[in-house]
Design a protein around this ligand. Sequence first.
Ligand SMILES: Cc1ncc(COP(=O)(O)O)c(C=O)c1O
Length: 403
Amino acid sequence: MDSKTVCRPVSAMYHLSALYAQDDNPSKVDLLIGYYKTEQSDIYALPVVQRVETLVTQQIKNHKYLPLLGSEHFVRDACQLLYGQDVKERLNNGTVFGVQTIGCTGGMRVGADLLVSHMNCTTFYVSDPTWENHRLIFLSSGFLKAKTYRYWNEANKCLDFEGLCEDLSDAPSKSVIVLQACGHNPTSLDPSKKQWERIADIIQQRHLIPFFDIAYQGFATGNTDKDAWVIRYFVSRGIELLCAQSFSKNFGLYNERVGNLSFSLNSSDYTAAYKSQIELSIRSSYSSAPNHGALTVHTIMNDNGLREEWLLTLKNMYDRVNGLRHTLRELLEKSDAPGSWSHITDGKGMFSYLGITENQVEHLRTKFHVYVSLTGRINLCSLNDNNIGYVAKSIASTLKEVQ
Ligand SMILES: Cc1ncc(COP(=O)(O)O)c(C=O)c1O
């Protein structure tokens, strides 16, 4: 077979992770991929999830395929987590519906495919910067125009809200606006409630299509209801939307690929048509979703005791990350790291954005063996008592040594 394919890393993040694995310096620190890690640097397996997984494995009698749209039980649970318990009626009347997907990534892809093939959408907007995969997903689905809206204000290290509003106000109608509901990746800065209200105004006035990505529900405030506020607010205003949910981070089920894509619509007129189009897209790509992770989530969500334990664990995870935010800022200030660092404690979710250049990222890696993403994003959960002082000093020295 002939091929013109050029071999290059698809993801800068995975490429840096491979370099980290090869690095034999004992001081090396991995602040790359968004895993929640323990104080001992292990990827955390939530105890309640581990117990339920064992139970679920014993209960599974066979491995028959799930339906094309996935497990209905799981989809209901996921929609309730997102929209609140009172969504049941709308699930029954078809104005809200969901589809089990291969993680949030799969949900975005299935949604993007539908928007191109069925709704003739051609333009999408993502924040500048955003999660590295958004662009790839939407372009691979056949969107023709990739646009950005301003998000990070480099000079003041804060949200560029006026820039964001200007860019969305210029978007042509029917543009798809990718919005992160909470714990923005990579900047960790979320709009305030007042700012979301203004974003909703623009979306409504300009006839734009909001496509939410919620990958960190529970990590922004420690409370899953509060973290879903913006979705429920948009719904309360009658704004139709799509939302892709991840259970990778809040259940620690990264490689089980648990996700849900849901739609909130003002009528159920097109629900059957959308579902059949989605079935076509799923049938022709991966046919049906995996069972194990979704069944684990379903089991936890439907037992009051297990659910309470999960929510408490999530709150403890949030508290730890929040503590790390404050300690990192303190240590950076103590090390006289040039610049202001309030954006670290203003941030929400798993990450922090350092606001440093690619040269400085490179210097951190080559001189100090501290690995951060090319955009200068760090995974706060990878910090611990043993490495946080070293990381702060390395950042401070890098900022003094490299422009
Ligand atoms: C904003 C955002 N969306 C989606 C994902 C991927 O989620 P999943 O693992 O469920 O595909 C991530 C993280 O990896 C993310 O940061």
